[in-house]
Ligand binder design. Structure first.
Ligand code: PXP
Length: 239
C-alpha cells in the first residue's frame, strides 16, 4: 500500500487570508487521518504565511499517524524542529518571494552542511528527508549526507506542457528513483501533483509515499476533506 502524506498548509492559507480563526487546520487532522492519510505534512515558513507556531504545537499533540515537518534548514527552524520533535523533517529550500517551494535542495554543493543537519536530527531520533530534483548527483549526495529518505520533486513533471516533455520528466524521475533504490533510500514524491496528473507517477513502484497538499484542499472545498483524502489514497493505490 502506497502511503499518502496530506499537507494541510492551505487550510491555514484560507484562515490567514482574513487573519481570523477559521478554518482551523487542527479541526481537519482527525478527519484526514480517519480518511486514510498516513501522515500530516506541515510547512512552517519564515514569513508564517500559512501554518503558525500554534498550529504546529497543537498538531504535534494530537496527530495519531506521523508528523512530517517541512522546513528550510535555518537556525530558527532547526530550533523549532528540535523542540516540536516531528517524526520526520523534510528539508526544503525556501525563498521569501516564492509562491510555493521552487525546485529542490542543492545538496551536492553543500554536502558538509547537510551532513551536519542529518546528524543533528538523527541525534534527536527524527527521520530526515531531503527534497531534491530528480537528479542522480543530488540523490547520491543525499545518501552521502546521511538522509533516510529523499522526496523527489515532481514540480517539473507537473509543469510539462507537452506529452513528450512529460515523458522526459517521468524518465528523469525513474532514473533518480533507480539510483535511490540501489542506495536503499526511502523514496517519496511530491509537489504539484493533482488527481489528474498523479497516475503516471503512481506507476513507479519504488515510490512508496506521496506528499500532496493543494489539490486535496482544493477538492475538499467541494466534497469535504474526508472524501478528498480517500479519493487520493485510492488513486495512488490504483494498480
Ligand atoms: N512536498 C514538498 C517538499 C513541498 O514543499 C510541497 C509544497 O508545500 C508539497 C510536497 C505539496 O505540494 P502541493 O501543495 O503542490 O501538493
Amino acid at each position: 500500500m502506497k502511503r499518502l502524506g496530506v499537507n494541510i498548509d492551505h487550510i491555514a492559507t484560507v484562515r490567514q487570508a482574513r487573519k481570523t480563526n477559521e478554518p482551523d487546520p487542527i479541526n481537519a487532522i482527525g478527519m484526514i487521518e480517519l480518511a486514510g492519510a498516513d501522515s500530516i505534512v506541515m510547512h512552517i515558513r519564515e514569513d508564517r504565511r500559512h501554518t503558525q507556531d500554534r498550529d504546529l504545537d497543537i498538531a504535534r499533540k494530537i496527530i495519531k499517524t506521523r508528523l512530517n515537518l517541512e522546513m528550510a534548514p535555518t537556525q530558527e527552524m532547526i530550533k523549532i524542529a528540535l523542540d516540536i520533535k516531528p517524526d520526520t523533517v523534510t528539508l526544503v529550500p525556501e525563498r521569501r518571494e516564492e509562491l510555493t517551494t521552487e525546485g529542490g535542495l542543492e545538496v551536492a554543493l553543500n554536502l558538509e552542511s547537510f551532513k551536519k543537519y542529518t546528524r543533528l536530527f538523527h541525534d534527536a531520533d527524527i527521520t530526515v528527508s531531503l527534497f531534491i530534483d530528480p537528479d542522480i548527483d543530488q540523490v547520491k549526495s543525499a545518501h552521502r549526507a546521511g538522509a533516510d529518505v529523499i522526496e523527489i520533486s515532481t514540480a517539473r513533471y507537473c509543469e510539462s506542457k507537452t506529452m513528450q516533455e512529460q515523458e522526459t520528466n517521468v524518465q528523469q524521475i525513474i532514473n533518480a528513483v533507480t539510483t535511490a533504490e540501489k542506495l536503499k533510500l526511502g523514496i517519496a514524491a511530491g509537489h504539484g501533483l493533482t488527481y489528474i496528473n498523479v497516475e503516471p507517477i503512481t506507476r513507479i513502484d519504488a515510490i512508496t509515499e506521496y506528499n500532496i497538499g493543494h489539490t486535496i484542499i482544493a477538492r475538499a472545498v467541494f466534497v469535504g476533506i474526508g472524501q478528498a483524502v480517500a479519493e487520493m489514497k485510492e488513486r495512488i493505490n490504483q494498480r
